[in-house]
Each structure stands twice: as structure tokens, then as C-alpha cells.
Design a protein around this ligand. Sequence first.
Ligand SMILES: N[C@@H](CCC(=O)N[C@@H](CS)C(=O)NCC(=O)O)C(=O)O
Length: 200
Amino acid sequence: MIKVYGDIISGNCFKVKLILELTGTPHEWIHTDVVKGDTRTEEFLKKNVNGRIPLVEFEDGTFLPESNAILYYFSLGSDYWPQSKRQQAEVLQWMFFEQYSHEPFIATSRFWIKFLDGKEQFSEKLAEAQPKGYAALDVMESQLKIADWFVGDHPTIADIALFAYTHKAHEGGFELDNYPAIRRWITRVEALAGFVAMPD
Ligand SMILES: N[C@@H](CCC(=O)N[C@@H](CS)C(=O)NCC(=O)O)C(=O)O
């Protein structure tokens, strides 16, 4: 059985949990605590030299890091990875957007506040992240005003990638009150067969 090294309350790790549950893929979850330094031990660095979770260990002892690469791997052969070449490229478009324009501001702010209890310590960085995070939410809102899902008329791994940190954006200081289309999309994702919630 595959093993996943992760912390379920990290959005990047939760993406992996979601695709595995949505596709009914058996797995063993190995809790790995970032704050305690579990990802920087000599033993862990042998598994992922980049010292980060999520990380998948396959049955043959090989590893795959990077949440969005993992999403791709486990979506292959399911409806979460579209058939058309053009839609495949659009899924990648949104996943690159997530890593470059969304996660560095919304996830990072949440990490400073929730994991490090650093609202004051990181106040300047949090202030800098605010307009950039809201800009990413604006982009998402524009898309979700005209479509139910990010690509085509089905949920794909683009939705899973963006859902992870967006539905917990308030924990990073980003309120969704002015984003009704995002809020309706969150409800649609939560209604998917096999959906599991991120524990508090
Ligand atoms: N681009 C990576 C980011 C992974 C990442 O930053 N993981 C964090 C937890 S969310 C981590 O492992 N941090 C531990 C560290 O940097 O020591 C992905 O999407 O998987």
C-alpha cells in the first residue's frame, strides 16, 4: 500500500488526502509535524531532499513530492483529469496559478497565524500578503461567476488544488464575504462523493 507523509491540516497535504479519498485509493497516512521539524531530520531528507510534505512513498520504495504533481498522478484515469488536451492544459494553468499567485500569500499567512501563532511577529509580512491574496481570490471569483468549476463542466484537480487553502482562507486573515461565487463553489466541492473534511 502507498504511504503518505503529511499533516492533514496543511492545505498542500490535504489536497493529497482529498484526491485519494475521492478516487477511493487505499493508503497509509503517516503524520509528519512540520513545526516539530519532522521534515528536516536526516531520515526524512533521505526521502525528500527538499524537506517538505506532502510526500508519497510507493510500494517499490520510490518517492513523489509536490502536492500538485501528486494530484496529477492519482487523478490519471479518473474524471478529475480531463480527456481533452486543451482542458488538460487549463488544469495545469490553474495549478500553476495556485502555486505562484495564491498559495504563497493565503497559505503562508495561515501558517504564520495558525501554526506559529505569529500575528504580531509577522504583521508586516501579513500586511504585504493581503492585497496579493485578495488579488488571487478576485481571479477565482471572476472564473466562478461564469462557471461551476475551473475547467469544463466537471470538478478536476484544479478545483482540489485551489479548494485546499481557499476554504480555510479566513484562518489566514482573508474573509470570503465579498466572494459569493467562491462560497457557492466551496459548497459544491464539499458535496462531492467521497469528500472528507479537514479536521480543525
Ligand atoms: N510546493 C510544495 C510546497 C510544500 C510545502 O511547503 N510544505 C510545507 C508544509 S505545507 C512543509 O513541508 N514545510 C516544512 C519545511 O519547510 O520544513 C507542494 O505543493 O507540495
